[in-house]
Structures are given as structure tokens and as C-alpha cells.
Design a protein around this ligand. Structure first.
Ligand code: ZN
Length: 292
């Protein structure tokens, strides 16, 4: 696994992408998103904390966003808590999650974390920290519009992005059972001649959710595709075909498939998604880096 490049554009580094349970040597859902000097750990499934340490300093994570309470998407946040405690007192790391997840964590009341319940209508502005190794402090609730109170931590970090000054996160509820949040990340104030696009993550969902619910102009869609079309309807998940259709309808720029159940053949999944999307799709794999 290589280190993510310090690119001008945003990067999405896959920490784990196995659907529902990790396959041999694999990891559950988890991604490191870096842009505008902000590092966000998006979902923390089993095995993703180990892989995070291969590509980044976990102390440099500015915020954690957890999509829902199924353990293949969050259980390693508890391992992260132990790592943070071992390092000694520090500012808490903000953790954003739908209602109910905090209560499932062993560290729901621990001062290493600053938990925030997120509703789909919320928008959250995340800023970089002003120094390294001091978790937390860069994240503040937005005000519901495409601007937010980023507070004092928003502008102090290094690595500021060309034309950007933080990340704006918006959410929508997916079709999955427990409260589940799809998330869209935009670079705040990025209005230059070559602005960074938008990244969207479907989290887990059935076909009752569409990427359009996160708004137009999605450049890179990280979309779940748990199984192939012959399994459609078995659970509130998407097939490769359904993911391809959804991405095509939403007019996204690029489609990255993730959350493939380990028992599902990679080639068949990609082939049906290619056909439905109308263009080649990409497949997530641990250590793979996508620019956006
Ligand atoms: Zn899942």
C-alpha cells in the first residue's frame, strides 16, 4: 500500500471496501479523504484503522464521519479511541454519525471523541487544524447554507487548497434500514478557474435512494455495489447494474464501485456496471487512490 500523493486536487484513498464482512486479508468500508488541507476518515469498518496507519498519521485526522450503525462501517473507531488514549491528552476528535451510533461505541462518552449526531438536512463545515498531532478543533456545524461557521481552526492549517478553504459536507438519508447517511463533500470557496469537483459517497443503500438527492454536479461518485443483478431485491443494497444506472441518471463524472461482497465475482460486477453506466467504471481496492 503506497502513501497517498500530496496532490493539488482532492484524494480519496481506499482503506477498505469489502461489503458487509471483510474477505480474506480485506477490510470493511473506510476511506481517507484529503482536500483543502483537511483529512476526513469516512467510515471506519473493521481493518480500516490498520490500513489508515499505512497511509497517514491517524493523529492528523481532522474529523471522522460514520454513515450508519452497521459494524462493517464503524467498529474500528473504537480501536482509534484506544490509540488516541495511548497518546495522552489531546483535543477531542470530532465524530459525526447518525443518531444511535454513539450508544453502540464503547467510547461514546470518552473525552477522546467529540460526538455529533447528524440529521440528513444538516450541513457541516470542516476546517484543517492549525498544527499536527493535536486532533480535533477544526470542525464546526454549518449554518444550513453553502457557508458555515468554520471557526478559528478553519484557516490555520498547512496545505491549503488552491481556491479552497475547507470542506462543506451535506447529507441525505439512504434506503437502507437504520438511519444511514450518504455524504457529499465540496471544497468551500473553491471558485477558481479550475475548481475541485465534488465527491459523493452513497454509503449503503437500496435502489430507493438516488445520487441526485445530494444535488447536481457530482464529479466522483463512490457508490456501493454489493452484488450482481441476479441478487437484486435480496437486501437493501445495490447491484452493479443498479449502481451504474443511478450514476448515469445523476450525470456523475466518474463512478467508483465499493462494498462488493467478497463472495461476488469482481469481473461480473464491473461488467454490468460498465454497461449500465455507459462508460468504464472504477473499482475500489485497499490502497487505491482516486483524485477528484
Ligand atoms: Zn455495509
Amino acid at each position: 500500500m503506497g502513501r497517498a500523493p500530496a496532490a493539488e486536487r482532492g484524494t480519496l484513498t481506499v482503506l477498505g471496501c469489502d461489503g458487509s464482512y471483510p474477505g480474506p486479508g480485506g477490510a470493511g468500508s473506510g476511506y481517507l479523504v484529503e482536500v483543502a488541507g483537511v483529512a476526513v476518515w469516512l467510515d471506519a469498518g473493521p481493518g480500516t484503522f490498520a490500513n489508515l496507519q499505512l497511509v497517514s498519521n491517524p493523529g492528523a485526522v481532522d474529523a471522522v464521519i460514520l454513515s450508519h450503525e452497521h459494524p462493517d462501517h464503524w467498529s474500528d473507531v473504537d480501536s482509534y479511541a484506544v490509540w488516541l488514549r495511548e497518546r495522552g491528552p489531546a483535543r477531542p476528535v470530532p465524530v459525526y454519525a447518525p443518531p444511535g451510533l454513539r450508544e453502540r461505541s464503547y467510547f461514546g462518552e470518552d473525552p477522546v471523541f467529540d460526538w455529533h449526531e447528524v440529521e440528513p438536512s444538516q450541513r457541516i463545515a470542516l476546517g484543517p487544524r492549525g498544527d499536527s498531532g493535536t486532533p480535533g478543533g477544526g470542525a464546526h456545524r454549518g449554518d444550513g447554507a453553502h457557508s458555515g461557521d468554520r471557526g478559528a481552526g478553519a484557516h490555520g492549517g498547512g496545505g491549503a487548497h488552491r481556491g479552497g478553504d475547507g470542506i462543506l459536507c451535506s447529507f441525505s438519508a439512504t434506503d437502507h434500514g437504520p438511519p444511514t447517511l450518504a455524504v457529499r463533500l465540496d471544497v468551500s470557496g473553491c471558485t477558481g478557474p479550475d475548481p475541485v469537483g465534488s465527491l459523493a459517497y452513497s454509503a449503503d443503500t437500496g435502489p430507493g435512494w438516488a445520487p441526485e438527492e445530494l444535488g447536481p454536479g457530482i464529479e466522483l461518485l463512490l457508490c456501493e455495489a454489493t452484488y450482481t443483478r441476479d441478487h437484486e431485491g435480496e437486501a437493501r443494497h445495490l447491484s452493479g447494474r443498479q449502481a451504474g444506472r443511478a450514476a448515469s441518471s445523476a450525470g456523475v463524472g466518474r463512478l467508483v464501485l465499493t462494498h462488493r461482497r467478497p463472495s461476488i465475482a469482481e469481473g461480473a460486477l464491473v461488467a454490468e456496471a460498465d454497461e449500465a453506466f455507459g462508460r468504464p467504471v472504477h473499482l475500489a481496492a485497499p490502497g487505491r487512490v482516486f483524485e477528484w
